[in-house]
Design a protein around this ligand. Sequence first.
Ligand code: CMP
Length: 139
Amino acid sequence: ATEQTFSILKPDATRRNLTGAVNAVIEEAGLRIVAQKRILMTKAQAETFYAVHRERPFFGELVEFMTSGPVVVQVLEGENAIAKYREVMGATNPANAAEGTIRKKFAQSVGENTVHGSDSPENARIEIAQFFSGNEIVR
Ligand code: CMP
């Protein structure tokens, strides 16, 4: 089925001027960027977004990193977009990411891993709604 997923190009990507390079991999995979904006995430936004990781030892570091520079938030649409984008991103830890994936090509560490993508349809809906209103998504 056609799905939408939520994507973030993280500060390590914007810092290295990789927005276009990452978007090229996304589009070559058949995913369509139907919404996109460059923002500075506030601490409150990052804490809300990563609330499920609140008890993890890396939570503080994660929030610090995600607010350390611009991010590009996106809605991607396509056939099986959620699973497809996770495939295109590659494993969370770039050391384990498959050849050709975004994280294999660009990511520097498990923390600075270039991209985020939703892990389920429910989380995709929640994450999209945190950053986009309906009229900002243009199919
Ligand atoms: P993301 O898909 O954005 O969701 C949670 C993030 O936590 C994950 O990507 C990683 O970037 C980050 N993360 C996971 N494990 C670690 C870790 N051990 N140290 C720092 N960050 C981590």
